[in-house]
Design a protein around this ligand. Structure first.
Ligand SMILES: CC(C)(COP(=O)(O)OP(=O)(O)OC[C@H]1O[C@@H](n2cnc3c(N)ncnc32)[C@H](O)[C@@H]1OP(=O)(O)O)[C@@H](O)C(=O)NCCC(=O)NCCS
Length: 206
């Protein structure tokens, strides 16, 4: 699967790019913000690339390759939440941030996910992840605010900031959240959430 945007190409990571992907996913300052918070080993990265080479729908994880760049800037992805709706995600190497590439890739992935006919497309993040929240706003997703998270919430850290776009005739995302939260049993965790930009800590701003 390949998507072309104005300044990037989104395509599968290649085995020869394992060092670059590992140089992103070995960093706690990147992985601390992701659902699977532990930095990845080189072997795990190789497995990921082999797996993602076969992605052709949802889930799909693509490298973001800016025009003329020597290496991918990061990844943009779409997977499925436990109740079936697609969810977007992204991360960049620290040396590639601040160019708008994540926003451009996220917009294209949102178009793709909406184009599958899904009733809703979500993005969720730690409530103090201001960079990701800014991307969601720039690409036109609706901010549902800081709410209990039925998918990734834990007893210690139950909250996430959710963004969504939805079809006019779909069940409203806040009703979906209420329904799923009423059924959810949150697990315990001892993992600390990361400290955000400017030293902001969980749960961050309202
Ligand atoms: C979240 C993350 C991807 C944001 O990266 P980013 O590069 O800041 O994101 P953007 O693509 O939106 O780039 C934004 C910057 O590019 C600038 N920009 C936007 N469009 C641009 C363009 N066409 N040309 C040049 N610069 C541009 C913006 O002005 C913005 O700069 P600012 O921060 O000074 O306002 C990055 O911080 C990251 O990888 N974090 C860790 C992983 C993570 O949190 N993932 C999400 C988990 S939910």
């Amino acid at each position: 699967m390949v998507i072309t945007t104005r300044r990037t190409v989104l395509r599968p990571w290649q085995p020869a790019e394992a060092d670059r992907l590992h140089d992103i996913l070995r960093r706690p300052e990147v992985t601390g913000w992701l659902g699977d918070a532990r930095p990845a080993t080189r072997e795990q990265v190789e497995d990921m690339i082999a797996r993602h080479l076969e992605d052709d729908g949802i889930p799909v994880c693509l490298a973001i390759v800016p025009t003329g760049a020597p290496a991918p800037a990061g990844s943009v992805m779409v997977d499925r939440l436990s109740h079936g709706d697609p969810q977007l995600g992204w991360y960049l190497h620290p040396d590639a941030q601040g160019n708008g590439w994540a926003t451009e890739a996220a917009a294209a992935m949102l178009d793709y996910a909406v184009g599958t006919g899904a009733p809703r497309v979500w993005a969720g993040m730690w409530p103090h992840n201001r960079g990701s929240a800014a991307i969601c706003r720039r690409i036109g997703m609706v901010d549902l605010g800081r709410r209990e998270d039925p998918w990734y919430g834990t007893v210690e850290y139950p909250l996430a900031r959710h963004f969504c776009v939805w079809q006019p005739d779909a069940e409203h995302p806040l009703d979906v959240l209420d329904r799923l939260n009423a059924e959810a049993t949150l697990p315990h965790t001892t993992e600390e959430p990361p400290v955000g930009p400017d030293g902001w800590t969980y749960p961050g701003p309202p």
